[in-house]
Design a binder for this molecule. Structure first.
Ligand SMILES: N[C@@H](CCC(=O)N[C@@H](CS)C(=O)NCC(=O)O)C(=O)O
Length: 340
């Protein structure tokens, strides 16, 4: 080989190893060595993330964490949930205390850039609303001039509330409480006129009220809150695993694959189903996982629709309709890229 050519091949090789090192699967390696995924969760949010009376974690965010464990280990139980407040959540991810955050976190530009984070596909499209005691007689957020409002620090809500009141020439007094359980206790005890956050969380909070029918969620939705799992930047392999685990939940619903029929679907003649479930091999290797990764998610956790209905749907205390969270084929925003 001529020296010049040798030099350029060597430079290319060094460049290749540096770039592949930067995106090497540090997180997957650490998770595999440890034997379970560390998932940052809420702890205070029925329907999204909270241990039940037997100490078993339940919720849509929690099931997303379980789906990731099922993809990686073929076992949805290989996961540990760590309760974090809004203020703690991103630091816990940056410092490596957790592998992924599944906790009603809104995807924003600042978090995606300055905080060094990556966001997977949203697991819940939400928007900010206001909740007030019915006895106040308030029917619209535009009647809240002068209200005292309970708000959690470290949230998108702090800034967007200020924006909303400024835009409408109204004033308000903030009552800041870091812990959500304490905040709702304060609100239900009448320490503030109003509380504001993502509408799904207001529904979740209302389900914990001494009498939920004493509170109403006002009609205005003042922001976009796409809630998504969060990972650190710099590990493309792990980002892909988390992102495609979410896509698998959505794609399974679109393909009509559920936890109940997934074994029958192994015999489907549809090549999309065969590839998805690993009957036609290949999709696992691309992610560094077994070809059964998506099968394991659906078998053990269910598809997106099953997770939604079980945790937050119309037959749960939250009573939420699919709305924006319906599949794109039903007029919603849940859309997975193709699995091939
Ligand atoms: N989605 C917004 C708001 C998140 C938020 O407000 N979360 C609170 C609202 S209730 C919460 O998680 N509470 C439960 C907890 O702190 O455990 C964000 O990412 O900043």
């Amino acid at each position: 080989m001529r020296p010049k050519k040798f030099f350029s091949v060597a430079v290319a090789l060094i460049f290749f190893s540096i770039t592949s090192l930067a995106s090497a699967g540090q997180t997957l390696d650490a998770v595999m060595a440890r034997g379970f995924v560390k998932v940052g969760a809420s702890g205070n949010l029925p329907g999204f993330g909270m241990p039940d009376s037997k100490g078993i974690w339940r919720g849509l965010d929690v099931d997303t964490g379980r789906a990731i464990a099922a993809a990686v280990f073929g076992d949805a139980s290989k996961v540990k949930f760590i309760a974090l407040t809004d203020v703690q959540r991103f630091t816990a991810l940056q410092s490596g205390e957790i592998d992924v955050l599944c906790r009603n976190a809104t995807h924003t530009l600042h978090r995606d850039t300055a905080l060094g984070l990556n966001f997977a596909h949203p697991t819940f499209y939400d928007g900010q609303g206001f909740m007030v005691p019915k006895k106040l007689g308030v029917k619209s957020a535009l009647e809240l001039d002068g209200a005292s409002i309970c708000i959690l620090p470290g949230t998108t809500t702090e800034m967007t509330t200020a924006d909303f009141f400024r835009t409408h020439g109204m004033k308000y007094k903030t009552v800041v409480i870091e812990n959500a359980a304490e905040l709702y206790k304060a609100f239900f005890a009448g320490r503030c006129d109003c509380t504001t956050t993502d509408r799904s969380q207001l529904a979740s909070a209302r389900s914990m009220a001494p009498d939920p029918s004493d509170y109403i969620i006002l009609p205005e939705t003042i922001t976009k809150e796409p809630l998504a799992p969060v990972i650190r930047q710099g590990d493309e392999e792990w980002t892909n695993i988390v992102n495609w685990s979410v896509y698998a939940l959505i794609e399974a619903e679109e393909l009509g694959i559920t936890s109940k029929n997934v074994d029958k679907m192994l015999r489907s003649k549809d090549p999309r189903v065969q590839r998805f479930l690993g009957v036609i091999p290949g999709l696992g290797k691309d992610l560094g996982l077994s070809d059964k990764w998506a099968y394991n998610i659906i078998k053990q956790v269910g598809n997106y629709g099953e997770i939604f209905e079980r945790n937050v749907g119309v037959n749960t205390p939250l009573g939420l309709k699919r709305g924006l969270n319906a599949l794109w084929t039903n007029g919603g925003l849940m859309y997975s890229p193709p699995f091939h």
